[in-house]
Unconditional design. Structure first.
Length: 275
């Protein structure tokens, strides 16, 4: 047999002396095949250089549909996540995997959120990717997915004590906070004060960043004077920066872990503290 010729299950059947049906069952691990027969078939398949045609297999199965829930807020963050998801789905198109994306409004209620998930399940999705907007309440929606037996993963943020999801895909926020603290500690005066700006103190991502950042100032002469919430509002970030600058003359650095860095920098410049 030519080495360039593609090995088929018929070739393996002839070499092992069993039926094509038995070879197919052994290779796909579907159906009942005796252990010794399966071992013989798999061994011969490896020996002959047989490779499974995943595309052909996928064409014979039911389409896999993945639902994607994404908030309309923070397109600079979730937009990049969406691009990654779309790129992966595009790569899986030949394997009959597709996606359905729904954007959610910032003021969505938990009942409306549940209805969106009910609609997704009605579109025969097999799994769901939740790009978590921490301001929204997913409790009813996730309970519905659990009851329906639909698996889901959380991307971008995580939800505390969420034992039903398959996992959470996010950055190492504690390490990110540590790196920011290490950098800032290295450029300010040894006895300088620093502040931390977060969107919301309840967000797990920001909780970990604060923990990592403050750990870099333990047992040092520098001091973290506080953690301030901006709720991702530019005006709030500007006003808080203004107040801190006015009352803390020894303020030497600010760690901004939100999207409000432009407002903070503008305030620092306006009050002549950019040097």
């Amino acid at each position: 047999m030519s080495k360039l010729q593609r090995i088929t299950i018929k070739d393996i059947a002839e070499e092992t002396g069993v039926s094509v049906s038995t070879v197919s069952k052994a290779l796909s691990r579907k159906g009942s095949v005796k252990k010794e027969t399966r071992t013989k078939i798999l061994s011969k398949a490896r020996e002959m250089g047989y490779t499974i045609n995943n595309v052909a297999q996928s064409l014979s199965r039911k389409e896999i549909k993945i639902g994607v829930i994404k908030p309309k807020l923070w397109p600079q963050f979730y937009g990049q996540i969406q691009k990654g998801i779309e790129a992966e789905l595009d790569g899986l198109r030949d394997y009959k995997v597709s996606g359905v994306t729904i954007d959610t409004d910032p003021d969505i209620t938990k009942g409306q959120m549940r209805d969106i998930f009910i609609d997704l399940v009605g579109q025969d999705v097999n799994a769901v990717i939740i790009c978590m907007d921490i301001t929204a309440d997913y409790s009813l929606a996730k309970a519905y997915l659990h009851n329906e037996g639909i698996p889901y993963v959380v991307v971008g943020n995580s939800w505390p004590q969420d034992d039903d999801n398959l996992g959470s895909v996010r950055v190492d926020s504690y390490k990110a906070g540590m790196l920011a603290g290490e950098f800032l500690r290295g450029i300010i005066e040894p006895d300088g004060y620093v502040a931390i700006f977060v969107a919301d103190k309840k967000i797990p991502d920001h909780i970990d960043k604060v923990r990592g950042f403050t750990s870099e100032f333990d047992n040092t002469r520098s001091r973290v004077i506080g953690v301030y919430e901006t709720f991702d509002e530019s005006n709030a970030a500007y006003q808080i920066t203004k107040e801190i600058i006015g009352k803390e003359p020894n303020l030497k650095g600010i760690y901004v872990s939100t999207v409000n860095s432009v407002s903070v920098c503008r305030c620092i410049r306006d009050f002549g503290k950019s040097e």
